[in-house]
Ligand binder design. Structure first.
Ligand SMILES: NC(=O)c1ccc[n+]([C@@H]2O[C@H](COP(=O)([O-])OP(=O)(O)OC[C@H]3O[C@@H](n4cnc5c(N)ncnc54)[C@H](OP(=O)(O)O)[C@@H]3O)[C@@H](O)[C@H]2O)c1
Length: 263
């Protein structure tokens, strides 16, 4: 399927590892120019070098440090990335992380931090990108959210509650911006094996082999019986970014191997 992404320009926040790295690689492979950011410059540069090495000549990969919870950094990153890419067609709001914790243990500071990195980062990155997206012939905003938004887990309470507000943001923005031809969609992740889950494994059950730890979680929750891989998310994001998704807006699509007992 020809996606028509050649020459398109994309920002992927949190592109140094995990889902963001896989999404950046997929967009590059489809011919887009891509800018990634994250907080840790060394890791970001290492990832950028790897992505560039695997990319055909002539495709651009820009990597700039940025903390998406810092408004000034978001503005600077968006402006510099857009200038270097020569414009902006696609924003993938992916930066974020898991915050395990139940009601009794989560402090106000935990809630604030989680809102900053999940909801407010999407608001700020979208606000900064909008003037540039308005100049695009095929503008897209794709928000990476969590299936827990629709299927809350008390053990990941802040993530569940804050991702629900992210879904509302995606839907409301898709309505507000649809008239301008800006397509906003949400991709809701179930369990995908990335560094954030590898950290949870190290903290919760360092003595248990990873295959057993992930396998037990998946058997309990996921009809397909396994964790997903980042590449299994990246294909959908590339599709939503593409010309083939030109009539998809306001959608909230789960990538969770069937996880989630709801309609
Ligand atoms: N994997 C899953 O099963 C799963 C499930 C539900 C939702 N999600 C969501 O999917 C997204 C990607 O998750 P992942 O599993 O790929 O996580 P990951 O492996 O931890 O990667 C997260 C990426 O975001 C960056 N990041 C985190 N905080 C940031 C900040 N304040 N500013 C800029 N960059 C930041 C990280 O780099 P630095 O740390 O260097 O900044 C990294 O590049 C997240 O929003 C996550 O909540 C994932």
């Amino acid at each position: 399927m020809e996606l028509g992404l050649t020459g398109r320009r994309a920002i992927v926040t949190g592109g140094s590892k995990g889902l963001g790295k896989a999404i950046a690689a997929e967009l590059l492979a489809e011919g887009a120019a891509v800018a990634i950011c994250s907080r840790h410059a060394d890791e970001l540069e290492e990832t950028a070098a790897g992505l560039r090495a695997g990319t055909p000549d002539g495709r651009q990969l820009v990597a700039l440090p940025c903390d998406v919870t810092e408004p000034a950094q978001v503005s600077d990153f968006t402006e510099t990335a857009t200038r270097e890419l020569g414009g902006l067609d696609i924003l993938v709001n992916n930066a974020g992380g898991a915050r395990p914790g139940r009601f009794a243990t989560l402090t106000d500071a935990d809630w604030h931090d989680d809102i900053e990195v999940k909801l407010l980062s999407q608001i700020r990155c979208t606000r900064a990108a909008l003037p540039h997206l308005r100049a695009s012939a095929a503008p897209r905003v794709i928000n990476i959210n969590a299936l827990y938004a629709r299927y809350p887990d008390p053990a990941f309470l802040a993530s569940s509650v804050n991702r629900a507000s992210c879904l509302s943001l995606s839907k409301a923005l898709s309505i507000e911006l649809g008239g301008e031809g800006i397509l906003v969609n949400s991709v809701n992740i179930g369990f995908v094996e990335t560094p954030q889950w590898r950290n949870i494994h190290r903290k919760r059950a360092p003595g248990t082999p990873a295959s057993e730890f992930f396998g037990q979680l998946a058997q309990a929750e996921v009809p397909l019986g396994r964790f997903g891989q980042p590449e299994e998310v990246a294909g959908l994001v590339a599709f939503l970014a593409s010309d083939r998704a030109s009539y998809i807006a306001g959608a909230s699509i789960d990538v969770g191997g069937g996880m989630g007992k709801y309609l």
